[in-house]
Design a protein. Structure first.
Length: 310
């Protein structure tokens, strides 16, 4: 997961027609409570999602904000969909009508992949206290006061699922990744634990994909010094080659798995050095790799020191 800050609301969500549609939906859902046979009105996908070809749609805005990364697992994808952080029609394991009144709320919409949206997270929304339903609201004006409601909801419910859009959210405080791509909760944090389980963040597929990223970087380091070190043990040339290999990878703005890349940078000794294959004079080679790392990230290290002595 990575921190995402939303800007202005997409035009499609701020249209009068969207507000009108929501009020009709709220009236419909309240009516169903007294008349269960009444047909349930569905949320309009054109409002909360829209088309990727529409520059004013929530989907287009989310795709850009999340840089094509899933809000939960951080896979890259240009054809992901929109997920409601608080499910709009039902809550798994709880007798609840769903948070239908915030079905079009911008701060409740996330960009997610198919696996997270359908296989894992789905309609789950575990909380520490109790899932608030619509019985707490007196009228339509109160129920559509989304910003106020969300603040009150967070306080009343204490959600267990992490949200990358939370104020002050820093994934490093919740989830850590080891040098085999395994994810676990930092200090056994209960929210992180629940998010990892419910969103499949430590699924076998994701472990393999993250491990492949690590292996690819290690392979690039080895290939860059195939001649300069394996044949000649030329320290200077090997270090330059490794620096160039590291520059190929964008640690700050990777295509996917930004949290993993953050851990690679901050824990380069454990994430990379410990996994380097045997080479002639392995101790010296690891020192050269570390020197190349320090050279490549010299400025960054001053501003954001890694978690080991450099």
């Amino acid at each position: 997961m990575k921190k995402v800050t939303k800007g202005s609301i997409p035009k499609n969500l701020s249209k009068k027609a969207c507000e009108t549609n929501l009020k009709k939906l709220i009236i419909n859902r309240k009516a169903i409570q007294t008349n269960p046979k009444k047909r349930k009105k569905k949320h309009g996908t054109n409002w909360y999602r829209g088309k990727i070809t529409d520059v004013n749609s929530p989907l287009t805005h989310l795709k850009t904000l999340y840089n094509n990364n899933c809000a939960y697992c951080e896979r890259y994808g240009e054809d992901f969909t929109v997920d409601h952080y608080r499910p709009k029609d039902s809550v798994l394991g709880v007798k609840h009508p769903g948070y239908y009144w915030i079905g079009y709320e911008w701060s409740n919409l996330l960009y997610v992949c198919g696996a997270c949206n359908e296989t894992y997270k789905g309609t789950k929304f575990p909380v520490s206290k109790i899932n608030i339903n619509d019985s707490s609201f007196k009228n339509i004006n109160e129920i559509t006061d989304s910003i106020k409601l969300l603040k009150e909801l967070n306080k009343a419910e204490e959600p267990l699922l992490l949200n990358p859009e939370e104020d002050g959210f820093d994934p490093l405080n919740y989830i850590e990744i080891d040098n085999n791509g395994f994810a676990k909760a930092v200090r056994k944090d209960p929210r992180a634990n629940r998010t990892i389980i419910d969103c499949g963040i430590d699924s076998s597929d994701l472990r393999k994909e993250r491990n492949s990223v690590i292996e690819e970087l290690i392979e690039d380091i080895h290939l860059s010094t195939f001649i300069t070190w394996n044949d000649n043990q030329d320290e200077h040339s090997s270090r330059r080659a490794i620096v160039n290999a590291l520059k190929k990878h964008d640690f700050d703005n990777p295509e996917s798995f930004s949290l993993l890349w953050k851990y690679i940078y901050l824990n380069f000794d454990k994430m990379i050095l410990e996994r380097l294959d045997t080479t002639p004079n392995p101790t010296k080679f690891k020192q050269i790799v570390l020197d190349a790392y320090k050279e490549n990230f010299a400025v960054k290290i001053i501003n954001e020191p890694p978690n080991f002595a450099v």
